[in-house]
Design a protein around this ligand. Structure first.
Ligand code: GDP
Ligand code: MG
Length: 293
């Protein structure tokens, strides 16, 4: 049997479930998810190795048009770049929803390699009869290689999706080791996990510009000691994240630590605090210094 290896970009507007899909395709949480747009800010690679193929998935930030901050400009560049050098693209949309934001991403899809239309969140569709006309409508807009309805959250139809992808991967030896699941460092993943908890546990008063910096990361045997600063824009956001008697921050720390222990498969000692750095999302240099490409 020939072995296949290739790169697969996952694209779509914010919130359609791209990162959830990636995590379920590789069976580990390497890309953080939340209800908030702007959750994914980086190009994240997730690797799945099967008997006959190695899939190197590239999760991308959702394409953002509303705000023209330096952070958004950098994120949009990342999407366009990651589409240009892959073997297959997955264009993810939500079942029964196709709006102007989806159209904007559709316009960026490559014409020179296969694009699979992934219709996600089919678990939310009560009347499945509505899916067929929806599929027909969206299929008319682009020459998709295939259309696969899935539920990323419930891990439904993902085998079909993998088979379809495999057909389009080029022959080639694996690039990564069998047990590698991402090319990102533990330090990076730790920062992302803390940011996910901030996104999930805070309301709209905490804006997308929140960032996390790992100030120290030490490994002693099977114990990881991690010191993380949550960076906010304004003084007024600090007490919100800390909460009454420090309870919010404590909850963020506890949930983040549990996720890290699962992902790193070892004990974690985690310290988290809040720091104020004004206006960083609008400053291209500060965006770079925090690790955004
Ligand atoms: P992204 O912005 O495209 O990366 O989207 P996320 O993966 O962060 O997911 C956005 C939201 O949609 C989260 O609240 C997910 O739990 C939810 N979601 C993702 N996939 C599914 C799905 O298959 N079914 C349902 N009901 N919700 C989903
Ligand atoms: Mg995402």
């Amino acid at each position: 049997m020939t072995f296949r290896t290739g790169y697969i970009a996952i694209v779509g507007r914010p919130n359609v479930g791209k990162s959830t899909l990636l995590n379920h395709l590789i069976g580990q949480k390497v890309s953080i998810t939340s209800r908030k747009a702007q959750t994914t800010r980086h190009r994240i690679t997730g690797i799945r190795s099967d008997e006959g193929a190695q899939y190197i998935f590239v999760d991308t930030p959702g394409f953002q048009m509303q705000h023209q901050s330096a952070l958004n400009r950098v994120m949009n560049r990342t999407v366009t770049q990651s589409l240009s050098d892959v073997d297959v693209a997955l264009f993810v949309i939500e079942a029964l929803r196709f709006d102007a934001r989806d159209e904007k991403v559709l316009a960026l899809l490559p014409r020179d390699h296969p694009v699979v239309l992934v219709i996600n969140k089919i678990d939310t569709v009560g009347n499945k009869a509505l899916l067929l006309p929806f599929i027909e409508k969206v299929s008319a807009a682009f020459p998709f290689a295939a259309v696969i309805p899935v539920s990323a959250r419930k891990a439904e139809q993902l085998t079909d999706l993998l088979l379809e992808i495999q057909r389009h991967l080029p022959e080639g030896e694996p690039v990564y080791g069998e047990d590698e699941i991402t090319d990102r460092s533990e330090r990076f993943l730790a920062a992302e996990i803390v940011r996910e908890k901030v996104f999930r546990l805070s309301g709209d008063e905490i804006p997308y510009s929140v960032s996390v910096e790992i100030e120290k990361f030490e490994t002693v045997g099977n114990l990881r000691r991690i010191f993380a600063a949550i960076i906010v824009d304004k003084d007024s956001q600090k007490p919100i994240l800390i909460g009454k008697k420090g309870e919010k921050l404590k909850e963020i720390g506890t949930q983040a630590r549990l996720d890290m222990e699962k992902l790193f498969d070892g004990k974690v000692y985690l310290e988290v605090w809040v720091k104020v750095k004004g206006g960083w999302a609008d400053d291209e240099r500060a965006v770079k210094s925090l690790g955004y490409e």
